[in-house]
Design a protein around this ligand. Structure first.
Ligand SMILES: [Zn+2]
Length: 297
């Protein structure tokens, strides 16, 4: 086994996932899942510090990447917007806080960018030049990886496919404050509400049981996602689109109608010419991607 090369920690609203990776194909040496403490920023930072110090004690002071569910200033590590994390995070200097806690540098990365990077290097996007990732869950994240590196854009938000406005007249407000974003229309709760089901997993069960309302809800959400991915293809023309997040676990039940809708809305690029595939790294992708980001800093 190759020696461990980096530590990645993925901070989510419910869980903190940590991975130690080794070698160029990001082999997972260890992967752990912890509960995210509810409450203050201090409690979360202290927990992140404990997890990091535990792994550093076991594997040495490796480069460390931290995935965060939102936007931040790449130069200062100050958070801008973390809509799905409890606590007062707006303007919080997470990068320096964690660095001070553990006594070594920390590289921040957006969680969906981390997912995309891991899938591009070691998962379903491996071997492709331009990889677009979309993470479907509580929110809708996205990222772009070109030639093995995250494309950040001028403000770090490149690839945020969830925040393109699909329906400007929509009354549904997005976590970003816009109306009619793809995320607001197609996130897990939006699918469940439309189907009259308690959660997204129940929607897929109902579709399998031939429930008409659930099928109509899935078709509507797949249509929104198809428009979003067609726009992505038109602007970026990626070699592959990798789909992750909780909803992707439904596999082709979700992906087939998305592929069909995407093909209908693509004109400039060849319709159906962009593979839309399920991620292959599962729940470890975010932490592995954060570790990979630390290596390319
Ligand atoms: Zn939005």
């Amino acid at each position: 086994m190759t020696s461990p090369t980096a530590i990645g920690i993925d901070l989510g609203g419910t869980n903190i996932k940590a991975s130690v990776i080794a070698g160029p194909s990001a082999d997972v040496v260890t992967a752990e899942v912890y509960d995210t403490p509810s409450g203050s920023t201090t409690q979360v930072v202290s927990r992140l510090g404990e997890i990091a110090k535990e792994l550093i004690a076991l594997y040495g002071p490796l480069p460390l990447g931290l995935g965060v569910p939102g936007q931040f200033d790449r130069k200062t590590g100050v958070l801008r917007d973390l809509p799905n994390l409890e606590g007062d995070w707006d303007g919080y200097p997470l990068g320096t806080a964690v660095r001070d806690e553990i006594g070594q540098p920390v590289t921040l990365i957006n969680d969906a960018q981390a997912f995309t990077l891991a899938e591009a290097i070691a998962g379903a996007g491996r071997g492709y030049e331009t990889v677009a990732g979309i993470a479907l869950g509580t929110g809708i994240g996205g990222g772009l990886v070109i030639a093995g590196r995250v494309h950040h854009g001028a403000h770090g938000s490149a690839g945020e496919v969830g925040h393109q406005v699909i329906a400007p007249d929509s009354s549904v407000e997005c976590s970003c404050g816009n109306h009619g974003c793809l995320e607001a229309l197609a996130r897990a709760d939006a699918l469940a509400d439309r189907a009259g089901q308690p959660d997204a997993a129940s929607v897929f069960d109902a579709v399998r049981a031939n429930d008409a309302r659930a099928a109509a809800a899935l078709a509507a959400v797949a249509e929104f996602l198809g428009i979003g991915l067609a726009n992505l293809i038109t602007l970026v023309d990626p070699d592959v689109i990798v789909v992750g997040g909780g909803l992707a676990q439904a596999g082709d039940l979700l992906l087939d109608p998305i592929r069909e809708a995407t093909s209908r809305h693509v004109r400039i690029a060849p319709p159906g010419g962009t593979p839309i595939v399920q991620g292959s790294l599962g729940i470890n992708a975010g932490a592995a991607g954060a570790a990979l980001r630390a290596l390319t800093d």
